[in-house]
Design a protein around this ligand. Structure first.
Ligand code: FES
Ligand SMILES: [Fe+2]
Length: 353
């Protein structure tokens, strides 16, 4: 099941140029996106109401979109405003329009009831397009249900195993750390010290350097991961009594990631890597992103293989461990919201991808 009354990332701002039409499928809905003359984003159902041709094969005319099958012209509201073959435009000549917000270099769409679309619910990405930070961006398509990706991001003990040779750095520090989880209205905060962790070899640091790293993230509905990490000399975690640090770190980084379901079985994942210019160079920022991309290929291989096992044996039960606390809480939070929508009668997608 998929949550509809929610903002979903439809792409990076740079995916949407001044000209051109971009087609996406989100929650099973085909959507065409383009920019108006003032730069604002229009998102319409990518299916002409006449003979169901994709509007993404159409043509932008000013701020409007013309279907290039038989020429119906649509305003950004989705209302048809011209039918070349007749003078009367029936009130049913309309395609769905999706509320869109562009914030922090991401374009977000509200996939549910438009009257409920509240821009204040768009999560704030960390340090995107900020002059004090280097930023790298990427995206990855998954043949997997979005919840498996949420689960992965809500249990970072996997860094010591899946990412043994990349982010885990051949250390058990992530795998053995005990996070603290706090619930808030539309998400969870997960905080931990990763103690005595090897520092990366690619950031101009001496070989064998180690740190205590404070890693804190918010995980927000429907699957937005906002992680900030701060590094200190070994011993810092004990000095803080394993509580949140207050001293100035010697290294900081952040990443924001968004999980967008295409359908029940396909997902797109958008991610950034940001390094503070106070400590890093642009070259370090590129090196860090190269490692992250290798790591995310490791996640993809594991999660898609897991999805195949689940598809072959759908009745197999999962064993619950204490390390599953955050992901189980988040699954319950999502299930509660989806259940509440069901009681309100919000339609689920019908078009299988
Ligand atoms: S299908 Fe779009 S105008 Fe006919
Ligand atoms: Fe991972």
């Amino acid at each position: 099941m998929l949550l509809r009354n929610c903002w979903y990332v439809a792409g990076w701002s740079h995916h949407f140029g001044e000209d051109g039409l971009v087609s996406r499928t989100i929650l099973g809905d085909p959507v065409v996106l383009y920019r108006k003359g003032d730069g604002g984003i229009v998102a319409l159902e990518d299916r002409c109401c006449h003979r169901l041709a994709p509007l993404s094969r159409g043509r932008k005319e000013g701020d409007d979109l013309r279907c290039m099958y038989h020429g119906l012209r649509f305003a950004p509201s989705g209302k048809c405003i011209e039918i070349p073959q007749q003078d009367i435009i029936p009130p049913t000549a309309v395609v769905r329009s999706y509320p869109a917000v562009e914030q922090d270099c991401w374009v977000w769409l509200w996939m549910g009831e438009p009257a409920l679309a509240d821009p204040k619910l768009v999560p704030r990405a960390l340090n995107h397009d900020h002059p004090d930070w280097f930023m790298q961006t990427g995206e990855l398509a998954y043949d997997a249900n979005y919840e498996l990706i949420n689960d992965n991001l809500l249990d970072l003990s996997h860094l010591s195993y899946v990412h043994q040779s990349t982010l885990g750095r051949n250390s058990m520090s992530w795998g053995e750390s005990r996070p603290r989880t706090t619930r808030f209205e539309r998400g969870l905060r997960v905080e931990r010290w990763v103690v005595d962790h090897p520092r990366p070899a690619y950031l101009g640091l001496p070989a064998g350097a180690r740190s205590d790293m404070w890693a804190s993230y918010d995980y927000v509905v429907p699957g937005v991961f906002l992680l900030a990490t701060q590094s200190y000399a070994p011993g810092a975690a004990a000095d803080c009594g394993m509580q949140a640090p207050t001293a100035e770190p010697d290294w900081i980084s952040s990443t924001s990631q968004a999980v967008t379901p295409i359908s029940e079985r396909q997902t797109v994942y958008y991610y950034s890597s940001c390094l503070s210019r106070k400590f890093a160079t642009e070259e370090y920022s590129r090196q860090q992103m190269a490692v992250i991309e290798r790591a995310f290929a490791e996640d993809k291989a594991m999660i898609e293989a897991q999805q195949q096992v689940i598809a072959r044996t759908p009745d197999a039960r999962m064993l619950r461990l204490s390390s599953d606390g955050a992901l189980n809480q988040f699954r319950r939070l999502m299930a509660g919201l989806i259940d509440a929508e069901g009681r309100l009668g919000v339609a689920q997608p019908t078009a299988a991808e």
